[in-house]
Ligand binder design. Structure first.
Ligand SMILES: CC(=O)SCCNC(=O)CCNC(=O)[C@H](O)C(C)(C)COP(=O)(O)OP(=O)(O)OC[C@H]1O[C@@H](n2cnc3c(N)ncnc32)[C@H](O)[C@@H]1OP(=O)(O)O
Length: 323
């Protein structure tokens, strides 16, 4: 994937790690340094384009990775570049993987709910022209070492068939523990749950392009106690949740408020907060409180008044309850 600017100078290392600050990595000595804002704009362009390409490859209706979503989440993206075109070309981007810690409620093999906070694979893409060349593995392996996690410790947000095959081939991950949410976890997940997240993602909130530390050690952290079934929320929020087509609420909650003039700007199709870009055809919802208020202010219909008057048995209290 090529860009009109010098990707090779922007990302001096083969793999660049970026967090929510999207800070441009330090440039090689001797290279000219454009204004910081320009560099950050280039990074945002790369992330937006990668997100779009990944969504297309997965047949998603909208990207789940974008610069704005990165800025509003504590996710980390690992970007793999190709500088083989150097010195003539400007380098190219091969792909990326996005990870982040998420609080999830997952079922173990006895179908008991467990509250956990594993590192999740949220998005992963290698350019079509170079898939099945080992780049995915290179990126994944780097991420595992940097985050100090083992493959069984990961939760995968709705993996594609290709990713399932990838995990099976490279990491022998095959047997899944059935879940009711969109996350896939593999056998061995619970055995490793006492291994805590590494400080790389949690504590270091800077753009990094550091060398891989080959010693995967991390201090132990106690997991929260198991919750009673009643406390458990029915699902854990996936990053892909906002892609689902929204279900229209029943009448009259689906009535749009009357507007004299159309809005000057349509609502954003997708925001960093994760509202669905698929909601175009749906009418905006009337807030429930507003609806109740307007119902209370409504004078009773004449027929209703007649019916109330003709009901000798109905006490005011009963009528209040019925109403
Ligand atoms: C949580 C999520 O992100 S889900 C979305 C995952 N991303 C996608 O599905 C996007 C499209 N696919 C891709 O971008 C890539 O194929 C990735 C990221 C899944 C893997 O990256 P690659 O560079 O192709 O992987 P790498 O070369 O290291 O390993 C190849 C192995 O991956 C699996 N794989 C990759 N592509 C395919 C494919 N088209 N069909 C079946 N298996 C595939 C196979 O196990 C393959 O081994 P094989 O060639 O011996 O059969």
């Amino acid at each position: 994937m090529e860009f009109p600017f010098d990707v090779d100078a922007l990302f001096p290392e083969r793999i660049t790690v970026l967090d929510q600050h999207l800070r441009p990595p330090a440039r090689r000595p001797g290279t000219t340094t454009p204004a910081r804002v320009d560099l950050q704009q280039q990074i945002m362009t790369i992330i937006d384009e990668l997100g779009k390409a990944s969504a297309k490859a997965q047949n998603l209706s909208a990207p789940i990775t974008s610069a704005s979503r990165m800025q509003s989440n504590r996710h980390v993206v690992y970007i793999l570049k190709d500088s083989s075109g150097r010195p003539a070309g400007k380098g190219a981007i091969i792909g990326f993987i996005k990870v982040g810690y998420k609080k999830l409620f997952v079922l173990d093999d006895r179908e008991a709910h467990n509250e956990v906070e594993p590192l999740c694979i949220l998005d992963f893409y290698i350019h079509e022209s170079v898939q099945r060349h080992g780049h995915g593995r290179e990126l994944f392996q780097y991420m595992l070492q940097k985050e100090r996690v083992e493959p069984h410790q990961l939760a995968i947000d709705r993996p594609s068939q290709k990713l399932l095959k990838f995990l099976n081939k490279h990491y022998n991950l095959e047997t899944t523990v059935p879940q009711v949410n969109n996350f896939v976890i593999f056998e061995g997940f619970f055995a490793h749950q006492h291994r805590p997240p590494a400080p790389s993602l949690r504590a270091t909130r800077h753009s990094r392009a550091a060398a891989v530390d080959p010693t995967p050690t991390a201090p132990a952290r106690k997991l929260p106690p198991k919750r009673a079934e009643g406390d458990i929320k029915p699902y854990s929020s996936s990053d892909r949740e906002f892609l689902k087509v929204a279900v229209e609420p029943p009448w009259p909650l689906n009535r749009a408020p009357r507007r004299a003039t159309p809005p000057a700007h349509p609502p954003p199709r997708s925001s960093s907060l994760g509202n669905s870009p698929e909601r175009g055809p749906l009418r905006p919802f009337v807030p429930e409180q507003e609806l109740l208020r307007s119902l209370r202010l409504c004078p009773p219909h004449p027929t209703a008044r007649l019916l109330l008057a003709a009901d000798p048995g109905g006490s005011p209290a009963q009528r209040r309850r019925t109403r």
